[in-house]
Design a protein. Structure first.
Ligand SMILES: [Zn+2]
Length: 432
């Protein structure tokens, strides 16, 4: 099993990876950062959430307010002392080892300062951003969440447009959110139909620049359950909002549902992928809201929309596996999962490979801000995938050839086809 596991790892290192979900900082933003914004204490990702809980409950002191690196280390050391077991922390270690040639297996009083200096020095090198994303990670592209009114760097990223601004914080029913969108579109939305036309035109502007889908992460703050609320009901709510009446919570929910349902239809009409965050939230999240099974009525009603469901719906990974099995318009995305839990990632991926045709399995999405952290995540992902496939060959009647094809497919072939990157690559080749 050992040598075949290694062959699988080699296969994944050989094939360029499609990063199926990214929030990576743009190159121009990275290079504009002040030097002190890139060090041992800032280049970290989701461990901040565990850190936040530890600090919030008063167990340890926040790094904020520490006046020197030495003081920051003393505080971080105490936090790590309570939490070095979690995958979010081990992700940092994998990043130090993989990107900064850190030779030890953990931070200590003896090694933190040298690593800190190395991070400061190396991240300031010219060409560092390319070295990490192109040479180390060898990414084909990153499918990046683009916030409203922003652009992206197409040489690194393929865009999907975030649609939360339409439904978040009281939604476009709130004048302070409606006004900037009306100003941007240079028109007034006097009816719900006019609003939806405006949203469709806004999305279309991004599509004409190469955007391949839309994204919602509303499961962080409301339920994924969505009803098909008729336009007439929402029109009355909209008109009251235009008159300046504050909407009731039920009205906001009805408006959000109507827009979300309509977006699912827009994706059919405009041939867009609908990416939806399911599962994992932050501290104090209402976990049942994030259950991907809540999405079933909307998925069933939009058979020609391709849904890209995120984060293995964790902890609802098994439910999501069956959803993927029964609904051929659903793709299952492992983004974020390996740094949430490597053990859970192996378990879920192993079941999904038994359940879902592999062209609908997307093996890796970094879901981090720092390019360095993509690599740490990638190493953890490859390790889990190799474990799962090697075990399937040994015990579950999977052929070696199929396992090698899956390793390649999860990281490259399936996302290339799904996101239409083959066509994009062919166009670029023809143009070049
Ligand atoms: Zn994300």
């Amino acid at each position: 099993m050992g040598s075949f596991r290694q062959r699988l790892l080699d296969e994944m290192v050989d094939v360029p990876t499609v990063d199926c979900h990214s929030h990576t900082i743009l190159r121009r933003e990275y290079e504009a950062l002040a030097a002190e914004e890139r060090d041992l204490f800032t280049i970290t990702t989701y461990f901040r959430r565990d850190e936040g809980g530890i600090v919030e409950m008063g167990h340890e002191r926040s790094l904020k307010g520490a006046r020197s690196d030495e003081e920051r280390w003393q505080r971080l050391k105490r936090i790590i002392g309570r939490a070095q077991n979690v995958s979010y922390y081990r992700h940092n270690i994998a990043t130090y080892q993989g990107i900064f040639d850190f030779a030890d297996d953990d931070l200590t009083d003896d090694n933190w300062a040298a690593l800190n200096e190395r991070i400061k020095e190396w991240t300031a090198r010219p060409g560092w951003y390319d070295h990490v994303t192109r040479e180390k990670c060898d990414l084909v592209t990153q499918i990046r969440n683009v916030p409203w009114y922003e652009d992206w760097e197409p040489e690194y990223f393929t865009a999907t447009l975030r649609m939360e601004p339409a439904i978040r914080d009281g939604s476009l029913l709130a004048a302070e959110q409606r006004a900037p969108f009306e100003a941007h579109m240079n028109r007034e939305f006097s009816t719900v139909a006019a609003l939806k036309q405006g949203l469709a035109d806004y999305v279309d502007g991004y599509v004409r620049r190469g955007t391949i889908g839309i994204k919602l992460a509303h499961a962080y703050n409301r339920t994924l359950a969505t009803e098909d609320v008729p336009e007439a009901a929402v029109e009355a709510i909209w008109q009251r909002a235009l008159r300046g009446e504050a909407p009731a919570a039920a009205d906001v929910r009805a408006f959000q549902d109507h827009i979300i349902w309509w977006l699912a239809g827009l994706c059919t009409d405009a041939h867009l992928i609908f990416q939806i965050h399911t599962g994992m939230q932050g501290n104090w999240g209402h976990i049942p809201d994030s259950d991907p099974l809540h999405l079933l009525p909307m998925i069933r009603a939009h058979r020609n929309t391709r849904f890209d469901l995120f984060h293995a719906g964790y902890p609802y990974g098994r439910e999501l596996g069956v959803l993927g099995k029964h609904y051929p318009n659903v793709w299952l995305n492992m983004c974020w999962v390996y740094i949430i839990t490597m053990a859970g990632a192996r378990q879920i991926l192993s079941e999904w490979i038994d359940l879902v045709p592999h062209y609908r399995l997307l093996g890796f999405g970094s879901d981090v801000n720092w390019p360095e952290a993509i690599y740490g995540h990638l190493v953890m992902a490859r390790s889990c995938i190799a474990d799962v496939l090697a075990e399937k060959v040994e015990r579950d009647f999977l052929s070696k050839a199929a396992a090698l094809e899956l390793a390649r497919g999860l990281m490259h072939d399936s996302p290339m086809e799904f996101y239409g990157l083959d066509a994009t690559a062919a166009q670029a080749a023809a143009a070049g």
